[in-house]
Design a protein around this ligand. Structure first.
Ligand code: M6R
Length: 618
């Protein structure tokens, strides 16, 4: 949950590190720090509680010496609160060595006791400092940073990405990873390390994925990759598909605003090259891990994810079951592996993750693979751990998502799941040609339809501003509107810190209706009245039930649905689309609403309190 950057090369290391941290700040932002080796061969560090801006101001007021070797860190606290002392880097070897860490060292207490018994003392409450002191002790024995690093990582349990520098070895940054991400950026006469490629994409688009339990040493003229035993390893180089400008705000008030505006493009890109008039073509991407034989032998599908990703899974379930006739379960990744799930070779486990690094989801994928299930990941980040550890990957192409609240990645995940549903249906012969063509046309229409929804942003803003004192909002939906109700509530909670709950509208009378009192604001995602099996009349009844008890109803309804008018206090309109496509249009006003309400309350839209973009701890 922390952001990590490393650099060796001729540029001013501080500039590279701070720029990289800025792009990784979404991973955690309660403190930040840097360590560099100055031209005088001395280690210089500075770290501060608060967002990166606090550290930046300090570095302007009291600059560190120019350096060509350094490491930087932005933190999301686990062990020890967000204070100056607990911020990274942590020091070892009498202040000549600096180390930064992402993850949790589970056996830190035993290691601390071992070191304390030898007379070592600690300044912070962190698990990270234990690793720094241990590394200092090993360096004292070997005078070799790479060798000392190997000795240390072999003693750590848990999840960690570690980077370290030593004053006696300028021009060298050593890193290691287990269960936490680390990527190398390959330059010409310079090398980079980052939690993800955003850290260095402005300098190079050549990246190298570092595998589980591997160590990397970067020097200006090249890199050395080895496993924890020191055996050389061949890295997997790849080209980063997006450039630095994709991760900039580009004139928008926030990354979230920019990313919502990019939703039509995220959908379009995710469809690109995968659709033809008569169906989908995913053969090349899914094979060899999930070939036709596997597709035909699947007896059930398990969709796993967390937060927003899990809600995209709910929509995926409706589509896959309807189109391909395969039973689908959706489960929160962090619940899945603690309940002895029944898995076999007929089970296809599909993990959904924007970052591809969410620890809960990664652990669930590993658990499923160990028990013989096939694994497919739907992932937005190229080369991410979950993608690499799955039998096959279907990338969403939403581009970098920086705001903590997931928006365009959600839409792209739903699209990828729909493509998967069509692929399965095609291979298993469960959808007629006409129906398939109609669905393809519906998918193709979505980006333009969504664009028109985004154009109603002003209306949503007005509504949000009028509700800035609201303390509780409920969200109701049925069928495909239900996941959207859950997502609308999650967005409002995480961005505007307002109590919000999403319910299946049919569930209301089984309990939640007791919450309704005069003035209670309730968003209702209203299904289309045109659908043959429409739930429209039932949802209208649900609205009447809450209106009768004084609720203030905010409906998200199809253009032309006049039946809703007598029952809604406010109506946000979406274009006409098929039942499984409406949710992709209905979610945007709810995302915008949460964003605008947070902005009206003066809150940080991109970096809400207590959260991190990529949750790489369990
Ligand atoms: O990177 P992932 O898609 O695996 O992240 C999963 C959740 O942590 C994420 O969707 C989270 O719920 C978002 N902050 C919601 O906006």
């Amino acid at each position: 949950m922390c952001g990590i950057v490393g650099y060796v090369g001729p540029r001013d290391a501080i500039e590279v590190l701070v720029g990289g941290l800025k792009r990784l700040e979404y991973r955690g932002y309660d403190s930040a720090g840097v360590a560099v080796i100055g031209g005088d061969g001395e280690l210089a560090t500075h770290k501060r509680a608060g967002k990166l801006g606090v550290l930046q101001r300090d570095l302007v007021a009291e600059p560190l010496p120019r350096s060509e070797t350094g490491i930087g860190h932005t933190r999301w606290a686990t062990h020890g609160g967000p204070t100056d002392v607990n911020a990274h880097p942590h020091l070892g070897d009498h202040g000549r060595l600096a180390l930064i860490h992402n993850g949790i060292i589970e056996n830190y207490a035993a290691l601390r006791d071992e070191l304390a018994a030898e007379g070592y003392t600690f300044a912070s409450e962190t698990d990270t400092e234990i690793a720094a002191v241990l590394l200092g002790r090993e360096y004292g024995r070997t005078n070799d940073l790479v060798g000392a690093f190997r000795a240390v990582v072999g003693r750590l349990h848990g999840a960690f990405t570690l980077l370290a520098v030593h004053a006696d070895e300028p021009g060298l940054v050593v890193g290691a990873r287990r269960n936490s991400p680390l990527v190398v950026g390959l330059g010409d006469g310079e090398q980079f390390l980052g939690s993800d490629v955003a850290a260095f994409v402005q300098y190079t688009r050549r990246a190298l994925a570092i595998g589980q339990d591997e160590i990397v040493a970067i020097r200006p003229d090249g890199i050395e990759l080895m496993d924890f035993e020191g055996r050389p390893v061949q890295g997997e180089e790849y080209e980063i598909a997006w450039d630095a400008s994709a991760a900039d705000k580009g004139g928008w008030s926030s990354f979230m605003a920019k990313e919502i505006s990019e939703e039509p493009d995220a959908i379009e890109q995710t469809l690109l090259g995968r659709l033809h008039d008569d169906g989908v073509d995913l053969d090349e991407e899914l094979a060899p891990g999930i070939d036709d034989d596997v597709v035909r032998s699947i007896t059930r599908i398990l969709l796993l994810g967390a937060g927003t990703a899990s809600y995209s899974g709910l929509l995926g379930k409706y589509a896959i079951e309807k189109w391909a006739g395969v039973p689908v379960e959706v489960e929160l990744a962090h619940e899945f592996r603690y309940r002895d799930p029944v898995l076999d070779a007929g089970t296809l486990v599909v993990s959904i993750s924007q970052s591809g690094e969410t620890m809960d989801t990664l652990m669930a994928v590993r658990y499923a693979a160990e028990r013989g299930a096939r694994t497919l990941s739907i992932c937005n980040t190229q080369g991410a751990t979950i993608a690499r550890e799955s039998d096959a990957v279907l990338y969403t192409r939403a581009g970098p998502e920086v705001a903590v609240a997931s928006t365009k990645a959600f839409s792209a995940q739903v699209i990828a799941l729909y493509l998967l549903g069509l692929h399965l249906a095609q291979k298993r012969g469960t959808l007629g040609a006409e129906e398939t063509r109609r669905l393809v046309a519906d998918l193709r229409a979505l980006p333009a339809q969504l664009q028109t929804v985004l154009e109603s942003g002003g209306e949503v803003r007005e509504l949000a501003r009028s509700m800035s004192d609201t303390r509780s909002v409920l969200f109701l939906g049925r069928h495909a509107g239900y996941p959207i109700a859950l997502e609308g509530a999650l967005k409002l909670k995480e961005l505007a810190y307002i109590h919000a709950e999403g319910f299946a509208a049919g569930e209301l009378k089984h309990g939640p209706i007791a919450l309704i009192e005069p003035g209670q604001r309730v968003f209702v995602v209203v299904p289309s009245p045109r659908d043959r099996n429409s739930l429209h009349p039932k949802v209208i009844s649900n609205i009447q039930e809450i209106r009768a008890r004084g609720a203030h109803v905010l409906a998200v309804a199809e253009a032309g649905d006049v039946a809703v008018l007598p029952y809604a206090d406010d109506v946000l309109r979406i274009p006409l689309a098929g039942p499984l496509f409406e949710p992709l249009l209905a979610v945007a006003p709810l995302q915008m609403f949460a964003m605008e309400l947070a902005a009206a309350k003066g809150l940080d839209v991109d970096q809400p309190r207590n959260l991190a973009k990529s949750v790489t701890v369990e």
